[in-house]
Design a binder for this molecule. Structure first.
Ligand code: NAD
Ligand code: ZN
Length: 356
């Protein structure tokens, strides 16, 4: 490689993000070297910056940030048959051990040995160059942009959540929370055939975006609303009970509302990561045979996410509100942290030739 510039965003600890040069990595036989393009900021990245940890995952040594990313293949290892230089790809950031029973059964997202970009101590990919296992890089169709490619990571969470909930044509779906994850879950539910959708949030702007991307109903949750009132209003707006609810907040009140609003015999799917322990009305849910399902990231969902965008079933472009170049990573994280300018999805552009 002629260049030696591998500018990289490294989180050293709480409120300590630095840009520095790192050596350009060399791909192993099953890997590809990527010229990195668009990298989205996720709530978890901001959490590591502000708190230095998420549960048991603690930033104890400098860690490269970034995991919602796309890139262009520059070089392939000798065993790589699926990709060639010039291919534009979406990067699935977590790779399992490939030998445990979960990995062998395809549930690699549940692998205890998974290495996942920017989950300490594993480095992420907000850098000019990065290497990744070739089979976790998905070639983008010509009509899908590199910015959309970066959005395949959160969209895969929405796809996986809706697959877990078994959303199908005719379903009436309640989504709690219209942050990036609630919005990609809405896009996925619509693409999978949900015929009526309602989404809640406490922020008006987020509900406006939800309407724009196809929510049939929105409900702004006011501070003084009781749980009973929220449940009643959801049912009144829909004209019936939602048979599937997906919590995308992790907020106790929302999980409680989901358990009570869901139709008898329906499904509550929990995507939001909140308090470790919650006070929940479980008995009323169990005597109505409401199923409760967890969601952890995604497995084998990237191809579906890419197809949804390729065929126009999910417009993720409209979720992108802010663009920064990698040199301005600290500014980009400031916007994410403070919410100034009402960001939904912020992209950082890692390539030296990116132009706004
Ligand atoms: P976010 O914080 O941007 O979105 C949460 C939304 O919920 C916000 O818009 C907020 O205004 C809204 N909200 C807060 N209180 C509410 C209330 N009482 N009623 C209705 N809405 C309320 O976060 P995000 O990036 O969209 O992620 C959502 C959640 O999903 C987070 O908890 C995140 O950790 C989790 N997550 C889980 C997985 C997984 O694999 N399970 C993957 C990614 C993210
Ligand atoms: Zn494994």
């Amino acid at each position: 490689m002629a260049t030696k510039d591998n500018l990289t965003a490294v989180l050293y600890g709480i409120e300590d993000m630095r840009l520095e040069q790192r050596p350009i990595p060399v791909p192993k036989d099953h890997q590809v070297l990527l010229k990195m393009e668009s990298v989205g900021i996720c709530g978890s990245d901001v959490h590591y910056l502000v708190s230095g940890r998420i549960g048991p995952f603690i930033v104890e040594k400098p860690m490269i940030i970034g995991h919602e990313a796309s890139g262009t293949v520059l070089q392939v290892g000798k065993d790589v048959k699926s990709l060639k230089p010039g291919d534009r790809v979406a990067i699935e950031p977590g790779v399992g051990c490939r030998v445990c029973s979960f990995c062998k059964e395809g549930d690699y997202h549940l692998c205890a040995e998974m290495i996942f970009c920017a989950t300490p101590p594993v480095d992420g990919n907000l850098s000019r160059y990065y290497v990744h296992d070739a089979d976790f890089c998905y070639k983008l169709p010509d009509n899908v942009s590199l910015d959309e490619g970066a959005l395949m990571e959160p969209l895969s969470v929405g796809v996986h959540a809706c697959k877990r909930a078994n959303v199908r044509f005719g379903d009436v779906v309640l989504i709690l929370g219209a942050g990036p994850i609630g919005l990609v879950t809405l896009l996925s539910a619509k693409a999978m055939g949900a015929t009526k959708t309602i989404i809640t949030d406490v922020v008006e702007g987020r509900l406006k975006k939800a309407k724009e991307i196809g929510a049939d109903y929105t409900l702004k949750i006011e501070k003084n609303m009781s749980e009973e009132q929220i449940v009643k209003t959801i049912k009144e707006l829909l004209g019936e009970d939602p048979n599937i609810s997906l919590d995308c907040t992790g907020v106790e009140q929302c999980v409680r509302v989901a358990l009570q609003a869901t139709k008898t015999g329906g499904v509550v799917t929990l995507v939001g990561l909140g308090k470790f322990e919650m006070n929940l009305p479980l008995t009323s849910a169990l005597i109505r045979e409401v199923d409760i399902r967890g969601v952890f990231r995604y497995n084998n969902d990237y191809p579906t996410a890419i197809e949804m965008v390729k065929t126009g079933k999910a417009n993720v472009k409209t979720l992108i509100t802010h663009h920064y170049k990698i040199e301005d990573t600290v500014k980009a994280f400031h916007t994410a942290k403070t919410g100034e300018g009402n960001p939904i999805k912020i992209l950082i552009h890692a390539s030296a030739d990116w132009k706004p």
